[in-house]
Design a protein around this ligand. Structure first.
Ligand code: 13P
Ligand code: ZN
Length: 212
């Protein structure tokens, strides 16, 4: 099987897994992977991640032009912006999972980082989580706002919308996404009780022991 055929199969298999686990619903969310020639495989617009077909998946050029497959996600431009800013990124995951979206609807005092490092795995897989102002889905201005944060962050949260997470591979991006969703859930379970997130020294120790 070619590398591209393998990646198409991964998008179908892992999209179905996200849907079955309740992390994706309806036709919300989109996934992409970067091919060796710089083009992207991205899920088609208005598609259900639980019911993708390999031949339907869109392939777009680095400039965002459809090369083959169905019309791409309306968010293909923010996927492209993440890849442009993060040369080591091989996959981008954007979903509307419940706890992360709930977090994106709260008022936040400091938009630079909206979820504390409650656990080591959150700090290792996600790190800081900046909040990006609300934009209409598909707005090209959203892609530029994403670009500005992607330079220094592998994950970010779109206000009143949901997270974007990138990593070297699709599996790694999904692992990081799940860590974010579970940590958001823990954040709401803790509620108003005083929590003790990891301090800066412990986070720095993790960054040294497990560089991303
Ligand atoms: O999550 C989405 C918009 O933000 C879904 O859009 P698409 O169906 O165009 O991928
Ligand atoms: Zn979305």
């Amino acid at each position: 099987m070619s590398r591209e055929a393998e990646l198409r199969a991964d998008l179908v298999r892992l999209g179905a897994l996200l849907y079955q686990r309740g992390l994706a619903h309806g036709s919300a969310g989109n996934l992409s992977v970067r091919l060796d020639d710089g083009s992207l495989l991205v899920t088609p617009t208005n598609s259900c991640l639980g019911m993708l077909r390999p031949d339907q998946i869109s392939r777009v050029s680095p400039a965002g032009k459809l090369l083959d497959g169905d019309p791409p996600s309306k968010e293909a431009f923010f996927h492209l912006a993440v890849y442009e800013e993060r040369p080591k990124a091989g996959a981008v995951v954007h979903l509307h999972s419940t706890y992360s979206v709930a977090l994106s609807c709260l008022c936040h005092d400091c938009a630079e980082d909206v979820l504390p490092p409650l656990t080591a795995y959150y700090a290792m897989r996600v790190g800081r989580l900046p909040l990006i102002d609300y934009y209409r889905p598909g707005d090209r201005a959203l892609a530029e706002a994403v670009r500005a944060q992607a330079r220094n962050h592998r994950a970010m949260l779109l206000a009143n919308h949901g997270p974007i997470v990138s990593a070297a591979s699709l599996e790694q991006a999904i692992h990081a996404y799940e860590e974010l969703e579970e940590t958001a859930k823990i954040f709401f379970i803790l509620g108003d009780r005083p929590a003790a997130p990891l301090d800066a020294r412990r986070v720095a120790e993790l960054e040294t022991a497990f560089p991303s």
